[in-house]
Design a protein. Structure first.
Length: 886
RNA sequence: GGGAUCAUAGCUCAGCUGGGAUGAGCGUCCGCUUGACGUGCGGGAGGUCACAGGUUCGAGCCCUGUUGGUCCCACCA
């Protein structure tokens, strides 16, 4: 007894069941197997704090499509999953939760806090993984990793020590971005600039005579941050500036602080901007820091970690930076040193996590020296060893690599990889080592304090492609699956992650981590806005899955979307795609109903009708196109073609054409050929669709194909020249055109449904004439198409149905002309013109010596073939024009 | 300031290296209980492919400029 599909398509009834089956059968699991070629993707590890959002859904869907595609193509496909500890994001969340309980980090202490953090990881780390499963992700869950698991931790220490020894990691006092709310340093990449309305305070400092007395003259300048004046150690002018040349080397009196500060000359100053005078605060401005280095100026830090003024700020000590600003302006005004206040819009650096205005501070931090490290990463993309899709992102990539600055990697956080640096309690010697040292190499002391800082969360992510495969151990997995193949991720983390993985891959492994980076954009709401918590416009993928099924969601996310482009999310789209799943479901049910208990047998080639050959040829072409598109990562284009084929060609045309043959049970040969074709073509189409819609395709496949256990381990269809039937394709196209013509004519005529209409079909030879009659509504239906063919066959109008040359068909009487002669003539003339141009071009190319001598042979052959093709077409067109003109 | 990218049907978007706008989904209008599907079937309306030049036999696609939008980087205090 044949299995049956449920009468209605209900994704919730099949998805969980099938996923469990795949897990049980271990289809996702990949083992090293030297006889097969590997194909590897490492997942961008979602944060353990995260809930599945549309961005994940898109990211995972694209990866799953590629992995399933390659797996079916026979590759040993590994999708390496895992999660990210997301140091700062997680720590902030845990602290928030603790706040509700009235506890602070300090109450718990480092140990206690970490205990809580691990408990958090245990509770929420699994949540996102379960959500990924709902999407149908075929990750090898047996290999799941975590950025802070033992292996990854080992990899981090290994890299840190190695790079420290090579001089690529160093500790130094440099100006860094400080977040006073999160209480940690952050890297340049984490600073987000926001346009804010502010002010320009024009202030003047008194100029001193050489003997230290006030000269009565002033130097005027403008600042957006008056409070930083507390830390001013100079004022700068341009060396060539005639207005101020005489003042260079003189001193000024820094008001409020009563500190003598020099006037220095530096090219950094823009003479055109403002008054051409800049106050220099090396301790709180990155540019000033550089100026300060050049002129050997003292660095005064005037702020505490929480952005209040410290003891260096004199009487302002203890005030918040903004309160101090107000007080200082007020006082300067009282002293007559405030010239004026202007409104000014400027960009303010904020912390991307908490949006707090960052404070540039000079602090001792750990850095990765980038200048040498970045070189292989630049070269790799430049020379095409690593391909970015879309290519336009190369510019963004190079913009970053060409202006790379050292990477601040230390964070004043507790949740993360602790820096493996130890300081001797006796002599202060720094020891960087994988294991805690026991004896100080300098003084022999045995007491050490480990550096309290942790590493930037991206430090461990940078090692992800090889740490997950076992590095630093030389595992068989590492040797086999590395380098990985494709990295799929959003363009928003190109700096944070992609570039860092690339240079880390070259540095640690001596090899690229992957050959292609496939970028996607953001999923926005239907108004084009980013989905965000504060707007409350986020759409929960799990809710969509509950309503429409994972298949519909997946299709929605990849259809009509080019790499690297943002997309908008519409419920209508999901609905349309759910309808598509329903369509396939019903078409499959129809085919199975007709098969009843008997599986069709392979027909003789001669028994295949033109319509059969046509659809076989079409699916064959589809296989070729889709495979090519997918290999070029054009996932949206590929699936659009599958969609069109299944709905339009297969369901709306082929199934309708074939119906009369299915109902005519006496002609078993024809019926078998039709059923066989239906089944095989459907299977090919299902296979092509499987990477996109894994669940429906699996359910149908398993019901239809009783002997095979799963579509996901079946083989990807291959284009076969023997299944290419150009003649039938052209003929059916003609028939289709004719049928459309009939429908149009009918619509125009508005014949009452009850009346019978007649269609006269005449081929080019007089004796092959037939008359078809039917209910006029009948002509409007697609069933008519099949009837034309079947009738034509039966009446012997032609040897096979499709050779009814409808281009020569005339439809008489109430239906009017099928072809508008004038329009046709116009079309042909246009075609003639086009061909003329085309011929000219090809001829021109082929007679061009440079082209013939330099172009690759394949290209020349192609052009020659075109020449031949166009010549023939030209003849035909000319003949047709002559014919019609009569 | 530098760069990227977009401007195609009422809306949202595809359109590969230049070769008949081949378009899709939704919406809209007309018609259909046709023995898989109304989550369906058939048909229609709707486009000077932002604007202006240029290259070409031929441009939505290439070049130049203009306008408008989005994003990234830098940050002139």
């Amino acid at each position: 007894m044949a299995k049956e599909l449920a009468k209605t398509y209900d994704p919730s009834g099949i998805e969980d069941r099938l996923y469990q089956k795949w897990l049980d059968k271990k289809y996702f699991h990949a083992e090293v197997d030297e006889s097969k070629k590997p194909f590897t993707i490492v997942i961008p590890p979602p944060n353990i704090t995260g809930q599945l959002h549309m961005g994940h859904a898109l990211d995972e869907t694209m990866q799953d499509i590629l992995i399933r595609f390659k797996r079916m193509q026979g590759y040993n496909a590994l999708w390496q999953p895992g999660t990210d500890h997301a140091s700062i994001a997680t720590e902030v969340k845990i602290i928030e939760k603790m706040k509700e309980e009235g506890i602070t980090k300090e109450d718990l202490g480092r140990e206690g806090f970490l205990e809580r953090a691990w408990a958090w990881k245990k509770e929420y780390g699994g949540r996102i993984v379960n959500q990924l499963k709902k999407l149908g992700s075929s990750c090898d869950w047996d290999r799941e990793r975590f950025t802070m698991d033992e292996g990854c931790n080992k990899a981090v220490n290994e890299v840190f020590v190695k790079m420290y020894e090579k001089g690529y990691i160093y500790k130094g006092s440099r100006i860094i971005n400080w977040c006073p709310v999160c209480n940690t340093s952050i890297s340049d990449a984490e600073v987000e600039y926001q346009e804010q309305a502010g002010h320009f305070w024009h202030i003047k400092y008194p100029i001193l005579n050489d003997d230290g007395s006030e000269s009565g003259e002033y130097l005027i300048f403008a600042t957006t941050r008056p409070e930083t004046m507390l830390g001013d150690t100079a004022v700068a002018v341009h060396p060539e500036d005639e207005r101020y040349k005489h003042l260079i080397g003189k001193n000024l009196m820094l008001p409020l602080m009563n500190r003598k500060i020099p006037v220095v000359a530096d090219e950094y100053v823009d003479r055109e901007f403002g008054t051409g005078v800049v106050k220099i605060t090396p301790g709180h401005d990155p540019n000033d820091f550089e100026v300060g280095k050049r002129h050997d100026l003292p660095i005064i830090n005037i702020m505490n970690d929480n952005a209040t003024i410290n003891a260096n700020g004199g009487k302002y000590e203890g005030m918040d930076r903004y309160a101090a600003r107000e007080a200082i302006v007020k006082e300067l005004d009282a002293m007559g040193l405030l010239v004026k206040i202007e409104d000014h819009v400027h960009n303010v650096g904020t912390h991307d996590r908490c949006k707090t205005t960052v404070e540039p501070l000079v602090k001792a931090q750990w850095f990765v020296k980038m200048d040498e490290l970045i070189k292989p990463a630049q070269k790799a993309v430049k020379e095409g060893e690593i391909r970015l899709v879309p290519e336009s992102l190369q510019k963004t990539y190079f913009n970053w690599t060409d202006n790379i600055r050292d990477w601040c990697i230390s964070r004043q956080l507790w949740w993360g990889h602790r820096i493996p640096a130890y300081y001797c309690a006796d002599c202060g010697e720094t020891v960087v080592a994988k294991e805690a040292p026991t004896k100080c190499p300098k003084c022999g002391g045995t007491h050490f304090n480990q550096d309290p800082d942790t590493l930037d969360t991206w430090f461990s992510s940078a090692l992800w492609p090889f740490s997950t495969l076992g590095w630093p151990e030389q595992t068989k997995e590492l040797k086999y699956f590395y380098p990985t193949d494709v990295l799929v991720t959003g363009y928003d983390i190109i700096f944070f992650w992609v570039i860092r993985m690339i240079f880390s891959g070259y540095e640690q492994m001596g090899e690229r981590p992957f050959h292609t980076v496939l970028f996607h954009g953001l999923v926005r709401d239907d108004k084009g806005r980013k989905m965000s918590k504060s707007l409350g416009n986020g759409i929960d993928p799990l809710e969509i899955i509950r309503q429409y099924g994972a298949d519909a969601l997946r299709l929605t996310l990849v259809t009509g979307n080019a790499p690297g482009n943002d997309m908008r999310f519409y419920y209508e789209k999901v609905e349309a795609n759910r309808n598509f799943a329903n369509k396939i479901w019903n078409a499959s049910r129809f085919i199975m109903m007709n098969m009843e208990d008997t599986q069709p047998t392979k027909p003789e080639v001669a028994d295949l009708k033109p319509a059969d050959r046509w659809i076989i040829s079409r699916v064959n072409r589809l296989i070729k196109d889709v495979t090519e598109n997918m290999e070029k990562y054009e996932l949206g284009v590929a699936v659009q073609k599958i969609y069109d084929f299944i709905w339009d060609e297969f369901c709306d045309w082929y199934i309708e054409m074939v119906k009369p043959r299915l109902y005519a049970k006496d002609d078993t040969t024809s019926r078998n050929a039709a059923l066989y074709t239906l089944k095989t073509v459907l299977i090919d189409a299902l296979k092509l669709l499987h990477p996109y819609m894994p669940f429906v395709t699996e359910e149908i496949f398993c019901t239809l194909q009783e002997e095979e256990e799963s579509i996901m381990v079946s083989s990807w269809p291959v284009y076969d020249e023997a299944r290419d039937f150009a003649k039938e394709e052209a003929e059916i196209e003609t028939i289709k055109e004719a049928i459309r013509g009939i429908r149009n004519a009918r619509t125009g005529m508005n014949v009452p449904p009850s009346k019978k209409a007649q269609v006269f079909v005449v081929s080019d030879s007089e004796e092959k004439r037939a008359i078809f009659t039917g209910n006029s509504d009948f002509f409007k239906t697609l069933a008519y198409a099949s009837d034309v063919i079947v009738q034509a066959d039966k009446t012997g109008i032609a040897d096979d149905a499709v050779s009814v040359v409808i281009a020569h068909v005339n439809i008489y009487m109430p239906l009017g002309d099928l072809v508008d002669l004038e329009k046709e003539l116009e079309r042909l003339k246009k075609e003639e013109q086009r061909l003329e141009g085309e011929l000219k071009r090809v001829n021109g190319m082929l007679s061009n010596e440079k082209f013939v001598s330099k172009a690759p042979e394949a290209k020349i052959a192609e052009e020659k073939a075109k020449l031949e093709k166009y010549t023939k077409m030209m003849e035909q067109v000319k003949a047709q024009i002559a014919n019609l003109s009569k």
